[in-house]
Design a protein around this ligand. Structure first.
Ligand code: PRP
Length: 188
C-alpha cells in the first residue's frame, strides 16, 4: 500500500511546530480582541480553513461566534481563475461585528479581497484576517482590511505547492496533520 506520506517531498511545518504557532496567534488575538468580545465573530473560509479554524478557536479565550462561508475559485487545478464568488454565505448576522476571517493560505489575494468586501457590505465594524500561511511571492492584489482590522499570519510560505493541515490537491491531503510540499510528479 502506498502511504500518504510517500506523496510528500518535504515537510515544511510539523504538527508540533503548527500547534505552537497557533497558540501564539490565539494568544495575540485574545489580547487584541479583548475589548470587543461582545461582538466578536470568527469566520472561516471553507474548505481549506477547517482544521486551522477548529484549532485556533479552541485556543482563543474570549466569547466568540464561529461561522463558515464558502468561496469558489480554483476548481480542481492549482491556479486561481481570478474570479472568486461567495457560493455559501454566513449564517450569523455580521452587522456591527468585529470579524476575524480565518484562511489556510493567501496566494494572489483574490479570495480574501472578495470575502472582505462581502463582509464590509454586510456592515461589519472591522474585518481582520488570520491566515495560517502567507505566500507573498504570488500576491496580485493588496489586502485591504476594514476599520481597525489587523493582519495575522502563521508562517510565510515559499512558492511551492503545499498540502496538508486543510490544504488540498484535487480534494486530497487535507487530513495530513502537517504541511508539506507535494511531489511535483503528483500535480500539474
Ligand atoms: C484556497 C485557499 C484560499 C485561496 C487562496 O482555496 O483556501 O481560500 O485558495 O488563494 P488566492 O489568494 O489566490 O485567492 P481553494 O479555492 O483551493 O478552495 P479550498 O479552500 O476548498 O481548498
Amino acid at each position: 500500500m502506498m502511504e500518504l506520506e510517500d506523496h510528500i517531498e518535504r515537510i515544511l511545518w510539523t504538527e508540533q511546530q503548527i500547534s505552537e504557532r497557533v497558540s501564539e496567534l490565539a494568544s495575540q488575538i485574545s489580547d487584541d480582541f479583548n475589548g470587543s468580545s461582545s461582538s466578536f465573530a470568527v469566520v472561516g473560509v471553507a474548505t481549506g480553513a477547517f482544521i486551522f479554524l477548529a484549532d485556533i478557536v479552541r485556543k482563543i479565550k474570549l466569547p466568540v461566534s464561529v461561522d463558515l462561508l464558502r468561496v469558489e475559485s480554483y476548481g480542481f487545478g492549482t491556479e486561481s481563475n481570478g474570479a472568486p464568488r461567495i457560493s455559501s454565505d454566513v449564517k450569523i448576522d455580521i452587522k456591527g461585528k468585529h470579524v476575524l476571517l480565518v484562511e489556510d493560505i493567501v496566494d494572489t489575494g483574490n479570495t480574501l479581497t472578495c470575502v472582505i468586501s462581502h463582509l464590509a457590505s454586510k456592515g461589519a465594524s472591522s474585518v481582520s484576517v488570520c491566515s495560517f500561511l502567507d505566500k507573498p511571492a504570488r500576491r496580485k492584489v493588496r489586502i485591504e482590511l476594514v476599520g481597525e482590522g489587523k493582519f495575522y499570519r502563521g508562517f510565510e510560505c515559499p512558492d511551492d505547492f503545499v498540502v496538508g493541515y486543510g490544504m488540498d490537491y484535487a480534494e486530497l491531503y487535507r487530513n495530513l496533520p502537517y504541511v508539506g510540499i507535494l511531489k511535483p510528479e503528483l500535480h500539474k
